[in-house]
Write a protein that binds this ligand. Structure first.
Ligand SMILES: Cc1ncc(COP(=O)(O)O)c(C=O)c1O
Length: 376
């Protein structure tokens, strides 16, 4: 069982969907498939605007978003509170953009006052780009809607990396004035890795239309080909089948229920970890609903712990990234998570620590999970 912050466990319905025959990507079957996926993606992004699909990992989606706007919105404000914020910053710089960085202590998130202060002083800032759910620290930005409203009022483009959260928490992109939102197939959306998904607002198009510095990731090319029910370049057809089926499953469950299930599972894991006697990494008000970051007690080796978990208890979780390597572990609670997976990961963690000689409150942690699901 993989309880990673991506890739995540893929339901067998989605795996089986990939066995369908390979079709002509310039033919009628693809046209129908593509139209249905885009329509269902609009439902998940909660947008009436454009959406598109790239055969690329999440970073490809970020590079696409950045490269399509960087000429028109050259100076971009980027709050950085973890490894993926750093990557977003570096991607903008690599694409030729100027970055104004807001450094944020890892484990916390940016607040709206910090953003307002900087934007009011620097009139050259034309966009804000940020990571909504910082996977490396298990934090989320809890004022995303306010930042979107601020961008709307000040005519700034708003670019959101929602790779590890779309579907796992609230993110109505139209209501929250997100101009470009990027998601990844391998996280909450229950698909294998390999697709990046983007929503694009009218305001974003006004900047994208003028861009000339991107080719493979040109959104103008995607828009042009979409009129024919095609993508400009050969799409990863089996992954499109997978996404189609996963989106069907999300629609069957209902987006609100899907998001609520993520919130419930995360709450159960947080409560169980605390009752076990371990310390969470993120400050409470910024805690992510999809990634739970936990501090190691002193003297626990990350590799020994996670090997034990994997080999003896068959549960795979992630270690820390960047400067947090070795000091935290991270549980991904995304996609196909239910009480069963939560109980398994909590029991496995508790038993692995016990094997290493720690006395943790096993019974209390299981009781914490039961309480959360009973409430529901
Ligand atoms: C917030 C965030 N941004 C970007 C990425 C990079 O995505 P990928 O590895 O699919 O390129 C990840 C992957 O974990 C992520 O969690």
């Amino acid at each position: 069982m993989i309880m990673l912050p991506g890739p995540t466990n893929v339901p067998s319905r989605v795996m089986r969907a990939m066995l369908k025959p390979i079709i002509n990507h310039r033919g009628p079957e693809f046209k129908e498939l593509y139209a249905r996926i885009l329509e269902n993606l609009r439902y998940v992004f909660q947008t009436k605007g454009d959406v598109t699909i790239l055969t690329a990992s999440g970073t490809g989606g970020i590079e696409c978003a950045v490269s399509n706007i960087v000429q028109g919105a050259n100076k971009i404000l980027v709050p950085v509170s973890g490894f993926f914020g750093e990557r977003l910053r570096d991607n903008i710089i690599a694409m030729g953009g100027k970055v104004v960085e807001i450094p944020v202590e890892w484990g916390k998130s940016v607040n709206i006052d910090q953003i307002e202060d900087i934007v009011k002083k620097d009139k050259d800032i034309k966009a804000i780009a940020l990571v909504y759910n910082e996977t490396s620290t298990g934090t989320k930005i809890n004022c995303l809607r306010e930042i979107g409203e601020f961008c709307n009022e000040h005519d700034l483009l708003f670019v959101v990396d929602a790779i590890s959260v779309l579907g796992g928490d609230y993110l109505p992109v139209d209501d929250w004035h997100v101009d470009i939102c990027v998601a990844g197939s391998q996280k909450c959306l229950m698909c294998p890795p390999g697709l990046a998904l983007l929503s694009i607002s009218e305001k974003a198009w006004s900047v994208i239309e003028k861009s000339t510095n991107t080719f493979y990731f040109s959104l103008k090319a995607y828009k042009k080909y979409e009129k024919e029910g095609q993508t400009p370049y050969t799409p990863a057809i089996p992954l499109y089948y997978a996404l189609d089926e996963a989106l069907n499953m999300i629609k069957e469950e209902g987006l609100e229920n899907f998001i609520q299930r993520h919130i419930l599972c995360a709450k159960a894991i947080y409560n169980a970890i605390e009752r076990m006697g371990l310390t969470l990494f993120a400050e409470e008000k910024f805690r992510s609903n999809t990634v739970i970051a936990v501090k190691y007690p002193p003297k626990v080796s990350d590799s020994t712990f996670r090997e034990l978990l994997r080999n003896k208890y068959k549960v795979v979780i992630a270690g820390g990234q960047g400067k947090l390597k070795g000091s935290i572990f991270r549980i991904g609670s995304m996609g196909m998570v239910t009480q069963a997976e939560v109980l398994q990961v909590i029991a496995a963690i508790s038993m692995a620590f016990s094997d290493l000689g720690f006395k943790l409150n096993f019974d209390d942690s299981i009781a914490a999970v039961r309480e959360v699901f009973k409430e529901k």
